[in-house]
Design a binder for this molecule. Structure first.
Ligand code: BG6
Length: 484
């Protein structure tokens, strides 16, 4: 099957850092269908060879194991071309159409990795140039809009030109191996299903912590913030994967229907819960791995009095029979104490204690997404050899490290998702109604913050965020997993 992959934003950060390295990995693994062409699109006046040379240079920033050798690069570069385009000019789409017609590939993928403000115009122009044939698929990067209205406007414009089955809204968290394994754990095994409910689960914690600050993206981040950048999409998708009912089959719509139900069941915000159950923070200067780092307001492109949040912690519930009353905590932030993404499922304590020191003992299942992916099951066991301690239980941990089990060369998130687009598999992509529902739910928070002159609470870089985040969870009698 031949394909053409057109990469709008071909000289942008995402193309260099994620998309090209992922395409190269697929090429190296032999999974990129043969007969493919990757066409970078940008405003610069570059020849094919100049673009390839830039790509070659950018591969130096990729971790060594994922960098091509000279021979590999020469072969990979044969797939790469460049087309100069001004995305607002109809004529430029006509010449893109001519380039594509020369080859008439079986599948044409339009990957729009540009600023979201260009999504609408790109879709309209693709339609006007007749580039929306049934063999075309369009990939849209997040963020899709900055609120419900703008998200709807984009989806409306896209759906005028493409059918929903042609639209691949990417959330790279869904492509992470750990998320695949979460689906496998829940729907490929019977073990946990009877326990996966309010009767047995005390609370669930979703943490996506980053050590990095906003780096060179200060100007973008100023208008985005952690809620739009991470919670509206990645964190809510994880919450759906944890909370959804088993789908009737593994087809895209069966999965997406169940995720949508979760989003629709999220407890609506009230004036009171907006005040008590959502904490926003912003990093101040601090230290990461022993090195001093500046505060958010000192970063390039950031307003010195910015109210943009770099941290969010919140408490919500899924109001349905399975989950009523179980708190789901979400926490994400930049410049936190570690790069650490995990979901912790805390089970209820034993109802009656017969061992010493067992009061309140409980089990937990940890799904690690980053830096390594794997599962940990926390149990209590009697390990003491000393007779006097015999009645005491000690915590033990069963580990399933997926790298050790399956090797480290597994398929990364973007690699997997790009191959899914080329193959036309929509399972791991987000449908417009899911996206709208997620926006509908976060909007009252954004509105509340807009009217709240207090702004985010400062936290020192290298910590776990403002202390109010721990206080919020402590109110329910729980603590974040690292505080245990
Ligand atoms: C992106 C956000 O979607 O996800 C970034 O825009 C964030 O701000 C990144 O750093 C995190 O992704 P990962 O895969 O490194 O956890």
């Amino acid at each position: 099957m031949s394909f053409d992959l057109v990469l709008f934003g071909g000289t942008g950060d995402l193309a260099w850092r994620k998309l090209m390295p992922a395409l190269f990995q697929a090429f190296r693994h032999g999974t990129l269908p043969e007969g493919g062409r990757i066409i970078g699109v940008g405003r610069d006046n570059l020849s094919h060879d100049q673009y390839r040379a830039l790509l070659h240079e950018r591969f130096n920033n990729v971790e060594i194991a994922k960098r091509p050798s000279e021979e590999e690069f020469t072969l990979f570069a044969q797939l790469i071309q460049f087309v100069r385009m001004d995305l607002s000019k109809p004529d430029d789409y006509a010449s893109l159409a001519a380039t594509l017609q020369q080859r008439n590939a079986d599948t044409v993928v339009m990957y729009v990795a540009t600023a979201p403000s260009l999504f609408t115009v790109v879709c309209e122009q693709l339609g006007a140039a007749g580039l929306n044939t049934p063999k075309t698929r369009i990939v849209l990067e997040k963020p899709l809009g900055h609120d419900l209205a703008s998200n709807r406007a984009i989806n409306k414009a896209v759906c005028k030109v493409f059918g929903e089955k042609q639209v691949f809204r990417i959330d790279h968290y869904l492509g992470k191996p750990a998320v695949q394994n979460l689906f496998a754990l829940r729907f490929g095994n019977a073990l946990f299903e009877p326990l996966w409910r309010r009767e047995h689960i005390a609370n669930i914690q979703i943490t996506i912590a980053e050590e990095l600050g906003v780096e060179t993206r200060g100007a973008f981040y100023e208008t985005t913030g952690a809620m739009r950048d991470m919670v509206q999409n990645h964190a809510l998708q994880l919450l759906c994967a944890i909370g959804m009912e088993p789908p009737i089959n593994a087809h895209a719509d069966a999965i997406r229907d169940e995720k949508l139900k979760v989003l629709r069941s999220l407890k609506p915000w009230t004036a009171e819960s907006l005040g008590t159950d959502v904490i926003r923070g912003q990093y101040a200067a601090g230290s990461i791995m022993g090195s001093a780092v500046p505060g958010y307001r000192e970063e390039l492109g950031v307003n010195a009095e910015s109210h943009t949040e770099t941290f969010v912690a919140l408490r919500t519930e899924i109001s349905n029979w399975r989950w009523a009353g179980v708190p789901f905590y979400i926490r994400t932030g930049k410049r936190l104490a570690g790069r650490d993404a995990r979901i912790v499922v805390n089970f209820r304590p034993t109802p009656h204690a017969i061992f010493n020191a067992q009061i309140g003992a409980s089990n937990s299942l940890v799904i690690n997404l980053q830096p390594k992916d794997g599962l940990e099951l926390h149990l209590l066991a009697q390990g003491a050899s000393n007779r006097r301690q015999q009645q005491a239980l000690s915590p033990v941990q069963l580990d399933l490290d997926f790298d050790k089990r399956f090797g480290t060369g597994r398929v990364g998130a973007y690699e997997r998702l790009l191959l899914d687009v080329i193959d036309g598999r929509l399972n791991l992509f987000v449908r417009s109604d899911e996206q709208e529902e997620a926006w509908r739910w976060v909007e009252p928070i954004l509105q509340h913050w807009k009217n709240d002159a207090q702004g985010p609470r400062p936290y020192a870089a290298g910590t776990w965020g403002p202390s109010a985040s721990s206080a919020m969870i402590a109110r329910d009698g729980y603590c974040w997993s690292e505080e245990n």
